[in-house]
Each structure stands twice: as structure tokens, then as C-alpha cells.
Design a protein around this ligand. Structure first.
Ligand SMILES: C[S@@+](CC[C@H](N)C(=O)[O-])C[C@H]1O[C@@H](n2cnc3c(N)ncnc32)[C@H](O)[C@@H]1O
Length: 236
């Protein structure tokens, strides 16, 4: 992350679309026990770890994250969580009944992440993760340009299910995240961008402009792409 990007993104509650409703759905569809061991892979600043602590107060929670300031923040705000600085493809030792990941598996790549996670799942353990996918064949130039820069290998539902199967998993259920889940990310991001605008230097202004363009893209063309949440288990 460059300095201007981090100025904008430090202090935000979350770094990808997501909300309690979709996380509760995933826990229910995965049959995650009350006292489960749960890993949040690419936990960012820890929003989902807080929600997991509310939804599964008896669970043992671990986060793994590459970006050190996020790890420090989780450790400071959530002393009951083990948060490890590291790569989700070498996850902290489990085993886990659930490996959760919101909008982060694209970092190492979905297949690499799923392959690594399988080695840390408890018997009967499951994964639940979201990834951004194309929703339609009709794709505006603006959306194509943005995602070609941000996530060039972004797939669609068909290619995504093929990847999950090739990684050795069976999909138990899947759904799109709601607009409310996008607002949970973009709402605070847009407010922070507005607050920083007046005193922004050139580098930060460029980051704020890119962020406004990204949020406007979703508002205008958000029917063309979305975050798809899959619950899956090793196929055995
Ligand atoms: C889009 S953000 C989502 C963060 C968080 N899940 C949330 O919803 O707020 C993706 C996060 O994954 C982290 N990340 C990317 N690749 C990773 C990897 N290989 N191992 C661990 N974390 C990774 C990034 O540093 C970033 O914090």
C-alpha cells in the first residue's frame, strides 16, 4: 500500500463488501458449531472477527493478514483474537472447523488459497469465502477498464465453480452479497474520502479521485459485477 492509499484506508471498519447478515448465513450454511475454531484469512482491520465474536462467542478466533498495520489494529482492539502476520497460503496452525475469507482470496489466487486451506481444516471442516465476479455478459467499458486494472483474472460464476471444484472442493451453497454489504464498505470509505479532500496533497488527491470513480462505477454499473459468497467442503 502506498502512503496516500494507507492514509485513506487506515481506520476504516472494513476493506471489502460484507456484513453480519451474510456472515450469519455462511455460518448457518456451513453448520459451524458454537465452539468452533475459526480462521479469518486476509482479515484486514478485523470487522468480521468482531462479528464472529458476537455470533459465535464460544469460538476460538484466529486472523491471518499480510499488512502489518491491520494486524496491529486487530491485536489492539480484539485481545481475545490470535492475529498472525503472514500469508494465508501458509495459514497459522489449525485445525479449523471454518476458514472464512471476505474478498481476500484473490490476493494469492482462489485456487492457491483453497489448496492451502484444505490442509488446515478439521474433519468435517468447511470454507466460506467471497470473491468478486462478473454477473452479466453485458459489460460496460468503464467496468471492463476498472477490473482489467484491479482484478484482471476476475471470472464469472461458471469459471469460479470450476476453480473451486478443481481445487478439490464441493460447493454446498452460494449467493451474491447484497447492496447493504457493499454500502458497509463504500459508505465509510466515501465519508473518509470527503473528509480528507480539502487538505489533500497531489498524491492523496489522485487516490481520492480513483476512489470516487470506483464508488461511482458501482453505483452506475453494480449490476454487472458482485461479490459471490461460496460455502464449500473438501470433496473427500
Ligand atoms: C480487500 S481486503 C479485505 C479485508 C477483510 N477481509 C475485510 O473484509 O475487511 C483483502 C485483504 O487481504 C489481505 N491479503 C491479500 N493477500 C493476502 C495473503 N496472501 N495472505 C494474507 N492476507 C492477504 C490484504 O492485505 C487485505 O487486507
Amino acid at each position: 500500500m502506498n502512503a496516500a492509499f494507507f492514509t485513506l484506508h487506515s481506520g476504516l471498519p472494513r476493506e471489502a463488501p460484507g456484513d453480519e447478515e451474510s456472515l450469519a448465513w455462511a455460518l448457518a450454511r456451513a453448520g459451524t458449531p458454537q465452539d468452533a475454531r475459526i480462521l479469518d484469512a486476509g482479515c484486514g482491520p478485523g470487522a468480521d472477527l468482531k462479528t464472529l465474536a458476537r455470533l459465535r462467542p464460544q469460538a476460538t478466533l484466529t486472523g491471518v493478514e499480510l499488512h502489518a498495520p491491520f494486524v496491529e489494529r486487530v491485536r489492539a482492539e480484539q485481545p481475545g483474537v490470535r492475529c498472525v502476520l503472514g500469508d494465508m497460503t501458509s495459514p497459522p496452525d489449525g485445525p479449523y472447523e471454518l476458514i472464512w475469507s471476505a474478498g481476500a482470496a484473490y490476493g494469492p489466487g482462489v485456487r492457491a488459497a483453497l489448496t492451502a486451506w484444505a490442509r488446515q481444516l478439521a474433519p468435517g471442516g468447511r470454507v466460506a469465502f467471497s470473491d468478486c465476479l462478473w454477473r452479466t455478459e453485458r459489460r460496460s467499458a468503464a467496468a471492463r477498464d476498472f477490473w482489467a486494472r484491479d482484478y484482471p483474472s476476475m471470472g464469472d460464476v461458471h469459471t469460479h465453480h470450476t476453480t473451486v471444484k478443481a481445487a478439490g472442493y464441493r460447493v454446498l451453497d452460494a449467493r451474491w452479497l447484497s447492496d447493504a454489504a457493499w454500502e458497509a464498505y463504500y459508505g465509510p470509505l466515501a465519508a473518509r474520502a470527503r473528509a480528507l479532500r480539502a487538505d489533500a496533497d497531489e498524491a492523496l488527491t489522485a487516490v481520492l479521485d480513483e476512489t470516487d470513480a470506483e464508488i461511482n462505477l458501482w453505483r452506475q454499473h453494480g449490476d454487472e459485477f458482485g461479490y459471490y459468497l461460496i460455502v464449500a467442503e473438501p470433496a473427500g
